[in-house]
Design a protein around this ligand. Structure first.
Ligand code: NDP
Length: 460
């Protein structure tokens, strides 16, 4: 019987849990991490990483097409998804191995099995009862099925990433990150995709100019946009799927993807019986230091439903470990988190949308829109769009938004400037790197729109 007393027990070996465990171990803590599934969690096993590998596969369709415009002849080919699937499985297995090794090299004990909270720092994993004064819940989330009847008959992002053949027709239900990304990717791979969402545009919450342009870009890729109508039920029969909408219309396809959001994984692990406060979605309620309502129990990542992104979970995990084991109290600033949507073209954003900024005070908006050199040369119609949302009083850049090739890479770098509090003048005095698309962000001279100045001037 091993000595089952630890300084920290982490439940869930996804990106957040692994980061917290390793950082705590680096501070000298004796750490155990429990995982019921594969090591790596949503991001590595059934999310960001395989999704991006599928996105790369889809991008080749356009690259091959564009090659002709650059003088390449007889470029072509056929996508064999089963070959991609095998290569993807091998890569994910390799990455899982890397995660396991990182844990082992950090001295973290990995235990396979579903964890059950016993109270008083006790955690049961299979027939093993372990104890620690600190327990961290990092169990992530899973696809939701409860938006309306029949969604449980559709694939989720988990199954889409396991496809070995491209479905001829696909109904994507939802208009968020997962829906837009897979609609774009599967269309790139050759499926005829219909995107069904209830708002007038996809990606609620993003800047309206990006949303409009994404809708146009998806349509250019052949995705049928079926927006603006609520949904009633999904039915499956031997011919495929039928989505009934509240206006009486019906959408049909051979395959369907349920992308109506995710729910925190909090059921069946004893949280309720310990009295841990959960919110209406079932997420663990935590304070700014990721403390739950029960002493000795913390939670990070998607299970807390704050900002559901891998790097945020990692930052929350490290902040917890530094605070509790490193005598370095650290908090995560959830206000300025950049994110990207890996459609084709991709979009990325950091900071306030134009609408949100306008609601706060005077705002100047700078834009640039152009056909990127590579696309224009190949005869493509696609455009890149960039926007800076600037505080009308102190010239601080409040928001950066872009849709176009390399948007995630470019916005990641500009997120540093935003975090530092850069002003429009700082952007202006930055010399461009030429010829790039990114240089347009430092070459925007005059605002295209000014909001809220008149109201302020008339008040003076
Ligand atoms: P989202 O919350 O982004 O989107 C859920 C979608 O489902 C919304 O469009 C929503 O519509 C729709 N929906 C919900 N209920 C209904 C309903 N009853 N009828 C019709 N539509 C409905 O969830 P995702 O699953 O796409 O992504 C989950 C999280 O994972 C994201 O929030 C993101 O943080 C993360 N993620 C990040 C990625 C990235 O960084 N690239 C990629 C994938 C996921 P409405 O807007 O109208 O409410």
């Amino acid at each position: 019987m091993p000595n089952d007393r630890h300084d920290l027990i982490v439940i869930g070996a996804g990106s957040g849990g692994v980061a917290a465990a390793r950082r705590a171990a680096a501070h000298g803590a004796k750490v155990l991490i429990a995982e019921a599934d594969r090591v790596g969690g949503t991001c590595v096993i059934r999310g960001c990483v395989p999704k991006k590998l599928m996105m790369y596969a889809a991008e080749f369709a356009r690259t091959l097409h564009e090659a002709d415009g650059f003088g390449w002849s007889e470029v072509g080919g056929r996508f064999e998804m089963h070959r991609w699937a095998d290569a993807k499985a091998a890569e994910i297995a390799r990455l899982e191995g890397v995660y396991r090794k990182l844990l082992a090299d950090s001295g973290v004990a990995l235990v396979a099995g579903r964890a059950m909270l016993n109270g008083g720092g006790g955690v049961r994993i299979g027939d093993r009862l372990c104890h620690a004064p600190r327990v961290l819940v990092a169990t992530g989330g899973a696809p939701a099925f409860d938006a309306f009847a029949g969604l449980d008959t559709a694939m989720t992002s988990n199954e889409v990433l396991e496809l070995r053949r491209v479905p001829p027709t696909l109904l994507v239900i939802g208009g968020g990150y997962v829906a837009c990304e897979f609609a774009s990717i599967l269309a790139g791979l050759g499926a005829r995709v219909t995107l069904a969402f209830r708002d007038t545009l996809p990606l609620r919450g993003f800047d309206a100019d990006l949303r409009r342009r994404l809708a146009q870009a998806l349509e250019r890729r052949g995705v049928v946009l079926a927006g603006g109508v609520a949904m009633r039920a999904l039915q499956r029969d031997e011919h495929g799927f039928e989505l009934q909408r509240t206006d009486g219309s019906v959408l049909r396809a051979a395959a369907a993807l349920n992308a109506t959001g995710r729910r925190p994984n909090t059921a069946g692990m004893g949280l309720e019986s310990l009295g841990v406060r959960l919110d209406a979605r079932g997420a663990v309620e935590v304070d700014a230091d990721s403390r739950s309502s029960v002493p000795g129990l913390w939670a990070i990542g998607d299970v807390t439903h704050r900002v559901n992104l891998t790097p945020v979970a990692i930052a929350e995990g490290r902040a917890f470990a530094d605070t509790e084991f490193g005598r370095r109290p650290t908090r995560v600033d959830h206000r300025t988190v950049a994110s990207a949507v890996f459609t084709d073209p991709p979009l990325a954003t950091v900071g306030l949308t134009e609408d949100d900024a306008v609601a706060r005070g005077p705002v100047d908006v700078y834009e640039s829109e152009f056909r990127p050199m590579k696309t224009a040369f190949a005869g493509g119609a696609e455009r890149t769009y960039m926007k800076l949302v600037v505080d009308g009083l102190d010239e601080r850049v409040l928001g950066v938004h872009m849709i176009g090739a390399d948007a995630p890479e470019i916005v990641q770098s500009l997120a540093v400037a935003l975090t530092c509090g850069a002003t429009k003048r700082d952007f202006d005095r930055t010399i461009a790197v030429h010829p790039t698309a990114a240089e347009e962000f430092v070459l925007m001279r005059e605002p295209v729109r000014r909001h809220g100045h008149a109201a302020r001037e008339s008040a003076v």
